[in-house]
Design a protein around this ligand. Structure first.
Ligand SMILES: [Zn+2]
Length: 220
């Protein structure tokens, strides 16, 4: 199965991806990770990517596609893949479609994890980090034993600037705006599956499983 995962920060995509990986044997490809990995391995496309990275430039689409293609020959991707962090734009979606086409494959589905904004803001803005040892806490789901104090080292717990409600709200808004054309493009092609990222991890996963079973049936 060839899948794309879409969803804003805080949608719990990463957790769901791990569960899919375990049950369905499909490996996740996080584009940031594979770009770094191919640079480290000095693959043909990794070397090209490095020319941009070392100058602080964005790695262009054709190079990212080259890297994805290079990685796909690996044994662990024989059952398919889940792409996370790519595509982000229509041009990238088109590039991905033609890459798969050239390989005689096609995308099976796009899982779009939709979030309840207020819920995400509440959850993410409850995060705290120890300014001393960097241990992470969440006032809602993983509070420290003593208010504002790190269990591990007694350091002071602080909120990262990124976790402030107004910053999270802006990030969600930006994500939605940037992703809208992509969502529509996949929807027009009958590939989009909307998932409500609400409730427990297990509840969200039940929706995921239903979609993946549906796709498997379609594929025969
Ligand atoms: Zn600490």
């Amino acid at each position: 199965m060839y899948l794309v995962l879409l969803g804003p920060p805080g949608a719990g995509k990463g957790t769901q991806a791990k569960m899919i990986e375990q049950e369905f044997g499909i490996s996740q490809i996080s584009t940031g990770d594979i770009i770094r990995e191919s640079i480290r391995q000095q693959t043909e496309w990794g070397k090209k990517a490095n020319e941009y990275v070392k100058e602080g430039k964005l790695v262009p689409d054709e190079v990212v596609i080259g890297i994805i293609q290079e990685q796909l020959s690996q044994e662990k991707f024989q059952a398919g893949f889940m792409l996370d962090g790519f595509p982000r734009t229509l041009q990238q979606a088109e590039a991905l479609a033609s890459m798969l086409d050239n390989m005689g494959k096609r995308l099976d589905g796009v899982l779009y994890f939709e979030v309840n904004e207020e819920e995400v803001i509440q959850r993410l803005s409850a995060r705290r980090i120890c300014e001393n040892c960097q241990a992470t806490y969440n006032l809602l789901s993983k509070p420290p034993k003593e208010d504002q104090i790190c269990d591990a080292c007694g350091g002071k717990l602080i909120q990262r600037a990124d976790d402030r409600p107004e910053v999270i709200r802006q990030r969600l808004k930006t994500y939605k705006e940037q992703t809208a054309p992509l969502v529509k493009w996949y929807e027009d092609r009958g590939l989009l599956y909307r998932l409500k990222s609400e409730g427990s991890i297990a509840e969200v996963y039940q929706q995921v499983k239903k979609v993946l079973n549906e796709i498997q049936e379609k594929n025969g």
